[in-house]
Design a protein around this ligand. Sequence first.
Ligand code: HMH
Length: 200
Amino acid sequence: MVAMCSRVPAPWQASTVPDLWERATQHPFLAAVRDGTLPTAAFDTWLAQDYRFVGDLLWFQARLLARAPRAAQPVLAAGAAALVVELAWFEELADERGLDLGHPAQPATLTYRRLLERLDGAGYDDAMTALWAVEKTYLEAWRFAAPGAERFREVVAHWTTPAFGDYVDRLGAACSSLAGPVVDEVLRQEIAFWEMAWGR
Ligand code: HMH
């Protein structure tokens, strides 16, 4: 296989486990965002947990930047700065919605955090591939939900901007591989994260 790095494959090419990408990116939670049947409480539960997750991801990404090769520094530094801005965006959104972001992390959030901690101790290549998978799954998931029912339209647009798509492509281009066990592990955590809010 020549130049794996130079192009991002279609998502379903990156996992060896059937259905894992579909389950992570076409979850009923997302279909309900699209058709407007998602209860507001479920969305708010998810939002507060995702705020925690973004904080954990920033921790992971800052440390990944610290050990990254020179060529990967620009995309990782830009991404880390974008996560700081994203946290502020969540805080504004929570303010508008009268939502408390202080809820403790739920089990799915804690399990995802533990995966990030483990990846922090893993080799750089695996950690980088996992970061790409985290962002690629999220992008494809929101693209599946787009444009979203009226009351979710603004947030869906926020997570499907061309700039975010470009960022994910740049992450992919900086990876030595876009497949492997770490990708599947990320996909399982992404599925569990949707389930957390959907199940209640
Ligand atoms: C669960 N996966 C989840 N939340 C996010 N915010 C992202 C990925 C992308 O940052």
